[in-house]
Design a protein around this ligand. Structure first.
Ligand SMILES: [Ca+2]
Length: 200
């Protein structure tokens, strides 16, 4: 057998093994689906969160919720997404979101809800970062500094003002009531570093 022939047959065996391997991996039923790897990385970078579903983590007793799209999906799911966990915080949040009259691009609104949401992609796509009572904060605290491309404000009493890292002139102002922008524009895209809420 020449070296070339031996190499070829080795390659064939390897290819067959790889094929077997991929078939076996594909057959594993409980392989994690959804954005779990992304969530694991997020929780490592932002400790103190509670995973409340396959798609969402919550902080500050549910005042901050980060919802991740499933792989390949352009937008994060409504509410908390799939498989809401049976932990108290998840149940409370799910009830609260359920009680919301409706949502706008996944950002809940209703009689008892005062949410506002930032999205990392245009068209309300990518991660949805939901805030309930937060008066002001740095986007870097939540891993989306210089990432916001669209927003929704469903708070009927508060305006949201967004700035870049320099402060000064605001990038945009989110009117109270239901207001939204599916594209902040090329001049303001991926620039928000800080925001504050009026009547807070
Ligand atoms: Ca973005």
């Amino acid at each position: 057998m020449s070296i070339r022939t031996r190499l070829t047959s080795t390659t064939t065996v390897l290819a067959a093994l790889l094929l077997l391997g991929s078939t076996a991996a594909g057959a594993v039923p409980d392989r994690p689906t959804g954005p779990q790897r992304e969530i694991d990385a997020y929780l490592r970078g932002h400790p103190g969160g509670v995973q409340v579903s396959d798609n969402a983590v919550a902080y500050r007793d549910g005042d901050v919720v980060v919802v991740f799209p499933d792989p390949g999906e352009p937008r994060a799911p409504e509410g908390l997404g799939a498989n809401v966990r049976s932990v108290a915080l998840a149940t409370e949040l799910a009830d609260d979101l359920q009680a919301a009259a409706a949502s706008y691009a996944g950002c809940p609104y209703g009689a008892s809800d005062r949410w506002y949401c930032f999205y990392t992609d245009s068209g309300f796509g990518g991660r949805r970062l939901q805030f309930l009572n937060t008066c002001s904060d740095y986007a870097s605290d939540w891993g989306f500094n210089n990432a916001t491309s669209s927003w929704v404000n469903t708070n009927p009493d508060s305006r949201i003002v967004a700035w870049d890292y320099r402060g000064g002139t605001a990038l945009w102002v989110e009117d109270q009531g239901i207001s939204s922008d599916g594209w902040v524009g090329s001049g303001d895209n991926d620039r928000m570093s800080y925001w504050s809420r009026s009547n807070c």
